[in-house]
Design a protein around this ligand. Sequence first.
Ligand code: ZN
Ligand code: ZN
Ligand code: FE
Length: 763
Amino acid sequence: MQNAEYINIRIHIEGLVQGIGFRPHVYRNAVSKGISGTVENSDNGVDIHARGTEIKIKNFIHDVQYTGVPPAAIIQSVSVTSEAKCLYTGFKIVKSSLQSNSITRISPDMAVCDDCLEDMKKQPERLNYPFINCTNCGPRFSIIRDIPYDREKTTMAEFTMCNTCRSEFININDRRFHAQPIACTRCGPAYFINNMSIKNTDIDNIIRYSAGLIDSGRIIALMGMGGYHLVCSGMDPDVIETLRRRKRRESKPFALMMPDIDTIQRFAILSETEKKLLSSVQRPVVLLKQIPESLPEQINSGLDTIGVMLPYMPFHYLLFKELQTEVLVMSSGNRSSEPIVISHEKAVSQFEGIADTIISHNRRIHNRVDDSVVFASEKTVHIIRRSRGWVPDPILTDLPVDRLASFGGELKSTFALGRKNHIILSQHLGDLENMETMEFFQESYSRFKRLFKVEPELFVHDKHPDYLSTRSALKIAAETGYPAIGVQHHEAHIASVIVEHGLKEPVIGVCYDGSGYGSDGTIWGGEIFSGGLEEFQREIHLQPIKLPGGDTASKHTWRTALSYLYQTYGDGFKSLPLEILEWIGKSEGPERVNQIQFMLKNSINSPLSSSMGRLFDCISALTGVCFENRYEGEAPMLLEAAAKPEEHGHYPWNITENIIDTREIIRAVVQDILKKVHPGVIAARFMNTVVQFSCESVSLVKERTGIKNAALSGGVFQNRYILEGCESELRRRGFHVYSNSLIPANDGGLALGQIGMGAVAGG
Ligand code: ZN
Ligand code: ZN
Ligand code: FE
């Protein structure tokens, strides 16, 4: 009679469920419940056939999704169907016969898990062993050379498993069952100091030595998961200054590492979302509101945020146990704008004169991955730099992206490949302004093509003719005989939101960023569009201004400020008693203002730009907050940091003939400056004004088009004040508001928008 209660079902699970211990998880669950059947990897997921009593099957379906799920798993969809009666002997993991054209998902790298940290204290063969890992943790993408993800195809191939490791590797009930990078003191990789080969057992010495150096104010280069870090004490202003000088990094903020959440809370204000982000398996650098004056100003000169991450490698944990200081500067191990160093040999030549000691290991890094950078606004994650922990997770789409490639922009470069319904976005590659970064781009591109088995047949690029990414796309297209298409920079930003959220209906897109090549040949960057992937209309834009000196104006914010003054007051601007004019006279020489005036008047080397970034630069310079961008976005970021959030005032503005007239804003700002209003108040009033005219523009476009979806993108939306302000005001006006979350709003996300536009244009 008992048999009557038995049922057969098939469960199909899609998502990141391969190569991260999902099948053993299903197996253990089934065996513990006395369920018989099979589990195997399938196209894009896992297939389970199960037989058991109705109640047990019900629990099984639940537990497979919710109980003891490997932390790295991402379950995207679960479908359960009933099947005809079929008897099984026990429960088995079936070796899958994956078809050659199936999509293989490669797991991103993961932080060491708590179980491994425990094992590191008690397993005799892994006491303080800094390469301990299991199916739930450790390196993945950074060590993969080829697929399928087997040890021989990773940089662990050169280490032969000892008997202990092997017995765990083949034991389905072990946490290290099929953990490809499995290793122990006896058989695995080891750290060493400079060229001195040190035995594994000396890890305690290496840790003590490293901690001693850091605590005594030295800088070490430390090989990590996806590249080197330059590490020093985060509490010692002298060494931080030394690092800045040696790295030639004037003021760009340094990332920090702190041992635990409690420590972080002594230096920053944390929300629950931020706590979760910090402790997530991706362990990104999270931008947090700093508690004022809690850290040396050399870390983030003038900003009100700090970028902090928790330890993610066993070495980091061992180091903090030995260290006196609780705050480490963990700066990416590179020289100025080159890609981070990944090999010991390169470290020796590159860090000469920068690091006092180099600590390396012999588990080679194959794919370079920087630390990812994120921030949270309310409960939403916003990725600024998408790299370790997220790459190469695909973005799922129903657009026809198969065999498409897109090449991104120039700064914060990434590319994307389309494979069936997956878009694979590359890791952050850096600014394509030097040979080394270009080589990294080309190398990664050919590796991704091989790993994901894509031979692109359409190349999408930015419309800027001089971007190295554009030239590469055109060159490869010419070589392969396939077509290439150019898409407009800011339309691609808005498209990235559409693709990320899978939007089907038209949107009103607000794109604010530094600069990009406009369809009319001028520089754009303050644009309000309507439309969708097929076509966008430029509806409203910021009033263009001349940039005296072209590109140099985006560095020297005072040049842009002069241009705005000239546009607003004409020649009369020179008689305004403004601090900025005095400053230019002193630092650039008394004739400078006249020269710039001459350039503006006669339109000499002064291209037009409607960039929102430049308007921020202008206000930053006028208020004396920042006269020069020493890194991209410094002046706007300092302006955001200076703003007093309790200030709710704003300036007058108007939109005439689809142009947002900025002259009234400038006039009002100048009046406030002359009245000695605090720069923080001016900054807040200015940003409130931006929120207002942006939302008003969106409403105007809605009146014309009837569109009720708003999409926000571009680097300026990394400004929390502007992002949250626009989101809440647009929602109040009844819009559905979308912004980038897991894809950067800056140029790091361009490739995603480009591939979406390419899919529609080419399909
Ligand atoms: Zn683990
Ligand atoms: Zn071993
Ligand atoms: Fe951009």
